[in-house]
Write a protein that binds this ligand. Structure first.
Ligand code: HAM
Length: 429
């Protein structure tokens, strides 16, 4: 029968890899906690309108990439392409803003985008993200950027650059849109079909187009920084002051506009020199109009999300050492039913003291059991058979040195195991 394979653009994360994911996620969780960002978990699917309204009708994500379907009740459902929209919905649905401002949230999510797949660009991928609501202070921008940076620093990731920009507020953006429209109209016939449509509705999206011709034309386009109003200019300058105050290096890149419509003012990306085409490890910014657009009271917001697959790729490339995963401490082999029952009980008692223990689950011969113990990297082994059960004596063997010690099965097993194994480890130093 034909084997069914994982879908294009999806990946299994297997033992051997998942331990590294846990290390990375622990660092993220710990940085989120240090900065006071509580965890939120939102559903994997939402009402399609949520993403149309927030991410924006003219974005690539909404126009081309969403996994949208009708459920059996006739509703239009979409698998979340990103995390921010669901978090804003939850903020409003549960009035989280009543618990004091700013509201600070972090999340781990899977996201779904029907993309042309390549290394670092998947159809299901994982994000760690944070969102902060209710502060318009430039120090909040610097705190959020600083949180992402701390994650990268603690993981030992090098060769990263932080690029920031401001895309202003609706007032200054209206002027910018006019200038962009005038610029791109000269090249209308050369733009891709999608961008020709964007020219009328949202010319800023052309700056984000992946087509080589459109991006070439976009190089000469007007720059938003030349159109910022005084307030936006002052905010952007203050963000830079806060970043500098804590020694965070950055460059201002006026071409960063981000691919989602909800951003206002500060936008930023952490870009890796080790990732090739999909080099953005983390992206984010302010979205001061989004909460209101989703039906709430006006409330500033900001955040970021980092792609965990891309982060793992960079760590791999940079040969960043990960702690060795915990391995089996002791494998208790058994021959015969009485011995198997005893082995099962002893393994259970060890686990209650957080000692990783295993016994045979396949009714195998002794040789096959020991081969398995070797495969799973057990540090110690012990064999139980009729003789051991009758004499209540068994031998604990160090799998690496071959050293053997006798254990009295009539006495506390865990205590003897801990004493003997600690003694041997002490000798090894
Ligand atoms: P985004 O730039 O679309 O932003 O995605 C954030 C990160 O997710 C990217 O920098 C990248 O590392 C990763 N990523 C995106 N698409 C893919 C893909 N197809 N395959 C693998 N990784 C990918 C957002 O999603 C915003 N919600 C971020 C945000 C939060 N802004 C404010 N708050």
């Amino acid at each position: 029968m034909e084997l069914i394979k994982a879908q294009k653009g999806t990946q299994d994360i297997l033992p051997g890899q998942s331990e590294n994911w846990q290390v990375v996620e622990d660092v993220m969780r710990s940085e989120a906690a240090l900065h006071g960002f509580g965890e939120i978990r939102t559903p994997v699917f939402e009402d399609t309108r949520l993403f149309q309204r927030s991410v924006g009708e003219t974005t690539d994500v909404v126009q081309k990439e969403m996994y949208t379907f009708q459920d059996k009740g006739g509703r239009s459902i979409t698998l979340r392409p990103e995390g921010t929209a669901g978090v804003v919905r939850a903020l409003l649905e549960h009035a989280l803003y009543n618990n004091g401002l700013p509201v600070k949230l972090h999340y781990f999510t899977t996201c779904y985008r029907y993309e042309n797949t390549q290394a670092g660009r998947l159809r299901e991928f994982h994000q760690f993200g944070v969102e902060m609501f209710g502060s318009n202070s430039p120090s909040a921008d610097a705190e959020v950027i600083g949180l992402a940076k701390s994650v990268f620093d603690r993981l030992g990731i090098k060769n990263l650059r932080l690029e920031i920009n401001s895309i202003g507020c609706p007032t200054c953006r209206a002027e910018f849109h006019k200038a962009l429209k005038a610029y791109f109209t000269q090249y209308k016939d050369q733009l891709c079909e999608t961008c020709q449509g964007r020219l009328e509705r949202n010319p800023m999206r052309i700056l984000d187009c992946k087509s080589p011709i459109c991006s070439k034309i976009a190089e000469g386009a007007p720059k938003i920084l030349d159109y910022l109003c005084d307030d936006c200019k002052a905010h952007f300058e203050a963000v830079q002051k806060y970043l500098t105050a804590v020694g965070t290096e950055f460059t201002v890149n006026p071409t960063i506009v981000r691919g989602l419509d909800y951003y206002t003012n500060t936008v930023f990306e952490f870009i890796s020199g080790d990732l090739g085409a999909q080099s953005t490890l983390c992206g984010g910014g302010r979205y001061n109009g989004l909460v209101e657009e989703m039906g709430g009271q006006p409330m500033p917001g900001l955040g970021f999300a980092m792609g965990i697959e891309r982060l793992m790729m960079v760590m791999d490339k940079q040969n960043i050492e990960m702690p060795a995963p915990d391995r089996c401490e002791i494998f208790i082999a058994s021959l015969g039913e009485a011995a198997h029952l005893e082995a099962f009980k002893l393994a259970d008692s060890l686990r209650k003291y957080s000692i990783i223990a295993a016994c045979d689950e396949n009714d195998r011969g002794l040789k096959a059991q020991m081969k398995y113990a070797d495969k799973i990297g057990a540090k110690y082994s012990m064999v139980l058979g009729d003789d051991e059960i009758a004499s209540q004596k068994a031998v604990l063997k160090n799998m690496k040195t071959g050293e053997k010690k006798t254990i009295d099965l009539s006495k506390d097993f865990v205590e003897q195991y801990v004493c003997l194994s600690t003694e041997q480890e002490d000798l090894a130093f």
